[in-house]
Design a protein around this ligand. Structure first.
Ligand code: PLP
Length: 442
């Protein structure tokens, strides 16, 4: 199957997100179909998906049970209002989801994206403290290099300068933990770095600075994804939990990437054995097929807000027209069933050691200065070209696409996160293409 190459004029109207629009439109890369582990390009080539789309298609592409569930739902009921009305789907989906979530996170608020999940969780944290009579707790603490989507709440707790700087004057105040990673001591760690947990103690200093009575919540990604795949040091998250507990601060794990099997368990919280108060998710929830996110809330938080309000009043003035959209819900139910039927989270855990060895075999590949991995995630960091940061990894990404492999780059990091259905042979193929790419990238 081959489609005509679009002209620059055909591409003008669509203002693309997080894309160098003029550079892209001069040499577009378009996908027109996807099945299992592969995309088909508009010029008819097969591209191995090394990134599960954008960290989301955990069950692979074009999976029949999900496709059929969406088709059936679209024919049966396209939409149902979500305010003061319901349909059976989200009640069932929430029940299935809380079977997977850590103990006591038994309530689910649906959204349509990771950004909305983050802003929803921040609002729930504020509403919780207010319901408990601690309305002075209004500050949030994120972490340098954190990515929490693009809402104003998400970018205020986010710690990526590039994402914040155009909007800096309008960001609600938040403070940030320092970044925990030190390449000199943690570089080339296989899985969790064994040292560095003490970086979490910086939270104590922030609490002293702001006073616990002003702090609502700390939000972190349990594994830093978008900034370039950095695995938190052993014991770091546990330490954050302890400090939050000591000061009555809520702990939010942003699991938009790590949720639904990426690390080999349903959630990173389970994987690391650390229980947050709120978990934000999206992406893998329905394997990226229909926009959907969800926030998991601890019973204590839900009950304080919901049971604390008069029975005939809306307890949380928050929600979206498309909260629990029937198509997203149908896709979610089908994806969760597929994850279970094919035991895909365990599959990711079983493949992780093979993946780890394959990625660390790049230690002596050209330009490589660091390699990081956990579960079915990997980051290969390249030496920047003098005076031209980011261009080497970007060139590698374009070359990989030409050679039949989709990777993602952020700065000088090549990030990998394939669908959980990848086979060992496909892992070998992925790294063999990437090795050629790096050899060809000056
Ligand atoms: C940890 C994290 N939070 C939030 C988001 C935002 O999700 P979305 O792009 O669906 O709004 C992302 C997206 O990559 C993410 O990685």
């Amino acid at each position: 199957m081959s489609n005509p190459t679009p002209t620059p004029n055909d591409l003008e109207a669509y203002w693309m997100p997080f894309t160098a629009n003029r550079q892209f439109k001069a040499a577009p890369r378009l996908f027109v179909a996807a099945k299992d582990m592969h995309y088909t390009t508009h010029d008819g080539r097969q591209v191995l998906d090394g990134t599960a789309g954008l960290w989301c298609c955990n069950a692979g592409h074009g999976r029949r049970p999900i496709v059929e569930a969406i088709q059936k739902q679209a024919a049966e009921m396209d939409y149902a209002p979500s305010f003061q009305m319901g349909h059976p789907g989200p009640f069932e989906l929430a029940n299935r989801l809380v079977e997977l979530s850590p103990a006591d996170l038994n309530h689910v608020f649906f959204t349509n994206s990771g950004s909305e999940s983050v802003d929803t969780a921040l609002k729930i944290a504020l509403a919780y403290h207010k319901a408990k009579g601690e309305g002075s707790r209004t500050k949030f603490i994120g972490r340098e290099k954190g990515y929490h989507g693009v809402g104003f709440g998400g970018i205020s707790v986010g710690g990526l300068g590039t994402v914040r700087k155009q909007f800096a004057s309008q960001l609600p105040g938040a403070d940030h933990l320092p970044f925990f990673y030190n390449r000199a001591t943690m570089g080339f760690s296989k899985g969790e770095p064994q040292t560095g947990a003490e970086a979490a103690d910086a939270l104590e200093s922030l609490v002293t600075l702001h006073d616990a009575s002003t702090i609502a919540a700390v939000i972190v990604e349990p594994m830093v994804g978008s900034a370039g795949v950095y695995v938190t040091p052993k014991g770091y998250l546990k330490r954050l939990r302890e400090i939050c507990d000591k000061h009555g601060i809520l702990l939010i794990f942003d699991e938009v990437i790590t949720g639904f099997g990426r690390l080999g368990s349903a959630f990173a919280a389970t994987h690391y054995g650390v229980q947050p108060d709120l978990i934000t998710t999206a992406k893998g929830l329905n394997s990226g097929t229909v926009p959907m996110g969800a926030v998991f809330a601890h019973d204590r938080i839900h009950d304080a807000i919901v049971n604390g309000a008069p029975e005939n009043s809306i307890e949380l003035f928050h929600g979206y027209t498309y909260t629990a959209h029937p198509l997203a819900v149908a896709a979610g139910l089908a994806a969760l069933k597929l994850y279970k039927d094919e035991d895909l989270f365990k599959r990711a855990a079983d493949l992780a050691p093979y993946w780890q060895e394959a990625i660390h075999s790049f230690k002596d590949a050209p330009h490589v200065v660091d390699i990081r991995n956990t579960g079915l995630v990997g980051g290969i960091e390249l030496e920047p070209r003098p005076g031209k940061p980011g261009t080497r990894a970007y060139d590698a990404f374009v070359k990989a696409y030409a050679k039949g492999l989709l990777v993602r780059t952020t700065g000088e990091v090549i990030a990998l996160s394939p669908p959980l259905i990848i086979s060992k042979a496909q892992i070998d193929e992925l790294f063999s293409i990437l090795r050629d790419v790096l050899k060809d990238t000056p």
